[in-house]
Design a protein around this ligand. Structure first.
Ligand code: ATP
Ligand code: MG
Length: 562
């Protein structure tokens, strides 16, 4: 597969299947859905499924529903529903008026279960969870029929109603489909349809004392909504016969289930359970911590919707599980920000420079280009003054060869400023440089010498009196190893959290234009990387998160491997 931007040029296998289904007349339209369970925030893996489902609907002039797959009262909440909606809209997709909740179908599902009982295709079973597992058999051994399998329809109807009425203890009885305990597919060995659970649900409150199982609910909801292609991840391949059995047995409309490989990324975890553990154990500050692979986290890290859509398009879809290099996600972000982010100057580790021959109170406003990649981005003015800050590592008293930055007697360019030459420096009692004294050449305004004299080094800088204080948060990988989900016997994935995944620099200084930055605004800090304004910032002290460095480690390793 090859692509250059947001559009996939060659068709993936799912689109090929859809083409065939349209050609054969199996379906005359395309209707997909994205079905999250509101038990956590969406992550980058979900973005793959969102881009796929909404993307296919768009390509085929079809529709894509958003459905909350909410069958587990213990773990779901409205906070998650709202976050999911917000994330999907942010990614750039729209379900219009088609937001559905599986829980809205509980009554309908109950009636269908009653129908199955009446057909002799479902029974109430009193085995314990452990016994059910024991009776199920294994991949190599057939299962055994439950001793409750031959209950009469009347008895089953009576017990199922009592289950609904809350007359039994949690976990004491289940409703099971009557399929085939000897089936080579374990999912077909009389799967559970309902469990007794007298818990409060975030939408239905205490109305229900029984809750439907995922397989039973999911396929039915797909059918109710008229979904044509029910796209899910590979682990559901073995559930497909059950999906079809339910709908066929009940004579319901049948969507086609198609499975694709889920996205895995290096140096992170991608199950909501594990992400919740990180939040609960305070390994991160919340679901939207900029180190989290959640969409809220990536957004706060500075990822743009376009970069994530581009990533999902470039990784494509396949039937084979694989792991994508985290650096590739960063590559896609860099590609986007290079085109769109304004360049600004900020000094992360400030060292004072005093220009001895520059007038004390003069402020000159220098022209600076906002984005050399975007001719429409315009220019802005940056104040130049006698006292400035440069980056501490842009000066060395005793530099090695090939050090082209500032050092005694050497001249450099201040970007958009002047040429300056180091004439002296001051150190503190420990020998640490505290001030660099320079002279400037008035004939080099804008950073270009009228006599054509060249300098090798160019530094970024900020006016000491006009610059603003900012806090900068440098983020690194959340995990030390590429596969934190692979753990030894006495290990947990949290053992591999990178203790240096965040470094806070609280005394940085930036050009005054950054005072106007709003949370979510992206910038390139010249020579430092891409940064985004964070919601923790205040007017007095804006906060910026490093989204990604300038260096492209991904493209480099790729070319090495070729
Ligand atoms: P998790 O294991 O992270 O909790 P899940 O599958 O239980 O994921 P759901 O809310 O059920 O989470 O997922 C909604 C949809 O997103 C499903 O159709 C699922 O197949 C898809 N999805 C989940 N994780 C990934 C992933 N890593 N890559 C691609 N699609 C995914
Ligand atoms: Mg799921």
């Amino acid at each position: 597969m090859s692509d250059t931007g947001n559009e996939i040029q060659s068709k993936d296998f799912i689109r090929t299947i859809i083409d065939e289904d349209l050609a054969s007349g199996r379906y005359d339209k395309v209707h997909t859905r994205f079905p999250p369970e509101p038990n956590g925030y969406l992550h980058i893996g979900h973005a793959k499924a969102i881009c796929l489902n909404f993307g296919i609907a768009k390509d085929y002039n079809g529709m894509c529903n958003l459905r909350m797959d909410d069958t587990n009262p213990a773990k779901e909440s409205m906070e998650y529903v709202e976050a999911i909606k917000d994330n999907i809209r942010w990614l750039g997709f729209d379900w219009e008026d088609r937001l559905y909740f599986a829980s809205d179908n509980y009554e309908k599902l109950y009636e269908l279960a009653v129908k199955l009982i009446k057909m002799g295709k479902a029974f109430v079973c009193d085995l314990t969870a452990d016994q059910i597992r024991e009776y199920r058999g294994t991949l190599t051994e057939p299962g055994k029929n439950s001793p409750f399998r031959e209950r009469t329809v009347e008895e089953n109807l009576d017990l199922f109603e009592k289950m609904r009425n809350g007359e039994f203890e949690d976990g004491s009885r289940v409703l099971r489909a009557k399929i085939d305990m000897t089936s080579p597919n374990l999912n077909m060995r009389d799967p559970v349809l309902y469990r007794v659970l007298r818990a409060n649900h975030y939408r239905t409150g205490d109305k229900w004392k029984i809750y439907p199982m995922y397989d039973w609910t999911h396929g039915s909801c797909d059918s109710f909504e008229g979904i044509t292609h029910s796209i899910c991840t590979l682990e559901f391949e073995d559930h497909r016969p059950l999906y079809e059995w339910f709908l066929q047995t009940l004579g319901l409309y049948m969507p086609r289930q198609v499975e694709f490989a889920r996205l895995n990324l290096t140096y992170t975890v991608m199950s909501k359970r594990k992400l919740l553990t990180l939040v609960n154990e305070k390994a991160v500050t919340g679901w939207d911590d900029p180190r989290m692979p959640t969409l809220s986290g990536l957004r706060r890290r500075g990822f743009t919707p376009a970069s994530i859509r581009d990533f999902c398009s470039r990784i494509g879809v396949s039937k084979v599980n694989s792991v994508v290099d985290y650096a590739f996600l960063e590559f896609c972000l860099r590609e986007d920000l290079n085109k769109t982010a304004n360049r600004v100057m900020a000094v992360l580790d400030p060292l004072k420079v005093v220009i001895e021959n520059y007038p004390d109170d003069l402020v000159e406003y220098m022209d600076a280009e906002n984005n050399p990649e975007d001719p429409n981005a315009g220019t802005r003015k940056i104040p130049f003054t006698k006292e400035l800050f440069i980056e501490r590592d842009d000066f060395m008293i005793d530099p090695p060869k090939k050090y082209f930055r500032l050092s005694p007697g050497k001249e450099i360019r201040l970007k958009n400023g002047y040429y300056i030459k180091c004439v002296d420096y001051k150190t503190d009692a420990d020998g640490k440089v505290v001030e660099v004294i320079c002279s400037y050449d008035p004939a080099t305004k804008g950073g270009w010498s009228e006599d054509g004299r060249m300098v090798k080094g160019t530094s970024h800088w900020v006016s000491a009196s006009k610059g603003i204080k900012i806090e900068v948060r440098l983020y690194d990988k959340l995990f030390l190893k590429p596969d934190p989900e692979v753990v030894g016997e006495n290990e947990r994935f949290t053992d591999f959290i990178n203790p240096d995944s965040i470094k806070i620099l609280s005394d940085c200084i930036a050009e005054p234009s950054l005072a106007e930055a709003k949370a979510g605004d992206n910038f390139q800090f010249l020579r430092q990387g891409y940064f985004v304004a964070d919601k923790d910032g205040t007017k007095e002290k804006p906060v910026f998160n490093r989204s990604v460095g300038l260096k492209d480690s991904w493209a480099k390793t790729q070319s090495k491997n070729q």
